[in-house]
Design a protein around this ligand. Structure first.
Ligand code: NAP
Length: 289
C-alpha cells in the first residue's frame, strides 16, 4: 500500500505535451462527478466538491477535464470557485446539451459553439481556454462545420488547444485537415478497448488520448478477477491497477478518473506510482479480449 510519507502524487505518471508545447502530468482528474445526481445541477455539498477539486491540485494533478454541459455550468463554476483554474490546465468542451429531463443532446451548430466559448471563458474566469474539446459529433450538423468553428476560435485566440471527443479514426483524420488536434477523448478502459484503433492513431500522430470512463464507473466486468489478482500482488486496489494499466498500455494516455470523494481521489492519484510488469500489462490485455 502506498503510504502518506511516500505519496508522490500525479507527477509519478510522467508527462504529456499537448500539441508538443503544454506539459501536463498524465494522471488527470475528471470533474463531471462534482455535479449533482445524474450530472444535473449542484451537488448536495458544494464545499465538498470544491475541496475535491482543490485536493486534486494538491496531489499534483495539473490536468482537469470538464464541460459546459456538466450541470450544465455547475462543474465549470465549482472549478473556478475552488481556485484550481490558475494551477491546472482545464480542458472543457462544447457540443453536447444537458437537458433537464436527463438526455444528452448533440448540438454541433457552429454559432452555438461560438456562443459557448464565451460562456465557458466567463464561467471559468479566463481569457483563453486551455483546451477546448468538441464533445460529440452531431448528426444534424456537418462534422467539418463544427470543427471549423473550433479552428476559428483557436485562430482568434479564444482557445489555446483544440480537442475532439467521441470520434472515429476517420473523423480524427478529417478534423486534422482543418486544425491541429491536441487530444482525443473517447470511452476506453481495460475492459472496453473498442476504440483501440483511435488510441493507436493518436499514438502515431503524437496526440493525447484521454480515456473517459477509465474505471468503468466501478464496473470493469470480465477483467475484474484478473485485476484483483494483479492488485493483490502489489497490495493495491483493482481500480489502481486499472489506472496503472492505462498509463502502461500507451505513452499518450491521460486518464481522468472522476470522483466526488477526497479519499477516492487519493487512491486514484496514487495509481500514478504503481508500476506494472510487461507480463501483467499483457495478462490484462488478454483478460479483456
Ligand atoms: N467525453 C465524454 O463524452 C465523457 C463522458 C463521460 C465522462 N467524461 C469525463 O470522464 C471523466 C471520468 O469518467 P466517469 O467519471 O464517468 O467514470 P470513471 O472515472 O470510470 O468512474 C467514476 C465513478 O467511479 C467512482 N469512483 C472513482 N474512484 C473511486 C474509488 N477510488 N473507489 C470507489 N469508487 C470510485 C466514482 O464515485 P465516487 O464519487 O463515490 O468516488 C464515480 O461514480 C468524467 O469525470 C468526465 O470528466 C467524458
Amino acid at each position: 500500500m502506498i503510504e502518506d510519507s511516500d505519496f508522490p502524487g500525479a507527477a509519478a505518471a510522467g508527462t504529456f505535451d499537448l500539441d508538443g508545447e503544454t506539459t501536463v502530468n498524465r494522471m488527470g482528474f475528471g470533474a463531471m462527478r462534482l455535479c449533482g445526481a445524474d450530472i444535473v445541477g449542484p451537488p448536495a455539498d458544494e464545499e465538498n466538491a470544491r475541496e475535491v477539486a482543490r485536493s486534486a491540485v494538491e496531489f499534483g494533478v495539473d490536468f482537469v477535464d470538464t464541460a459546459d454541459s456538466y450541470g450544465p455550468g455547475t462543474s465549470e463554476r465549482l472549478l473556478r470557485e475552488a481556485g484550481v483554474v490558475d494551477d491546472a490546465v482545464v480542458a472543457t468542451k462544447a457540443g453536447l446539451l444537458r437537458e433537464a429531463g436527463g438526455d444528452w443532446l448533440p448540438h454541433g451548430d457552429p454559432d452555438y459553439i461560438r456562443n459557448q466559448v464565451l460562456v465557458s471563458k466567463d464561467r471559468l474566469g479566463v481569457d483563453t481556454l486551455d483546451l477546448y474539446q468538441f464533445h460529440r459529433p452531431d448528426p444534424e450538423t456537418p462534422f467539418a462545420d463544427s470543427v471549423a468553428a473550433f479552428a476559428e476560435l483557436k485562430d482568434e485566440g479564444h482557445v489555446e488547444h483544440v480537442g475532439l471527443s467521441n470520434v472515429s479514426v476517420e473523423q480524427l483524420d478529417e478534423a486534422r485537415e482543418q486544425v491541429d488536434i491536441a487530444t482525443v477523448q473517447n470511452q476506453y478502459n481495460v475492459a472496453n478497448r473498442e476504440d483501440e484503433a483511435v488510441l493507436r492513431a493518436c499514438e502515431d500522430a503524437g496526440i493525447g488520448f484521454i480515456p473517459w470512463f477509465p474505471l468503468g464507473a466501478g464496473d470493469l466486468g470480465a477483467v475484474g478477477e484478473t485485476l484483483d489478482a494483479v492488485a493483490a500482488a502489489h497490495d493495491a486496489t483493482r481500480r489502481q491497477v486499472a489506472l496503472a494499466w492505462l498509463l502502461a498500455h500507451s505513452d499518450v494516455t491521460i486518464p481522468i478518473p472522476g470522483t466526488a470523494s477526497v479519499e477516492h481521489l487519493r487512491e486514484n492519484v496514487a495509481a500514478a506510482s504503481l508500476s506494472l510488469s510487461d507480463a501483467e500489462v499483457a495478462r490484462l490485455v488478454d483478460a479483456g479480449e
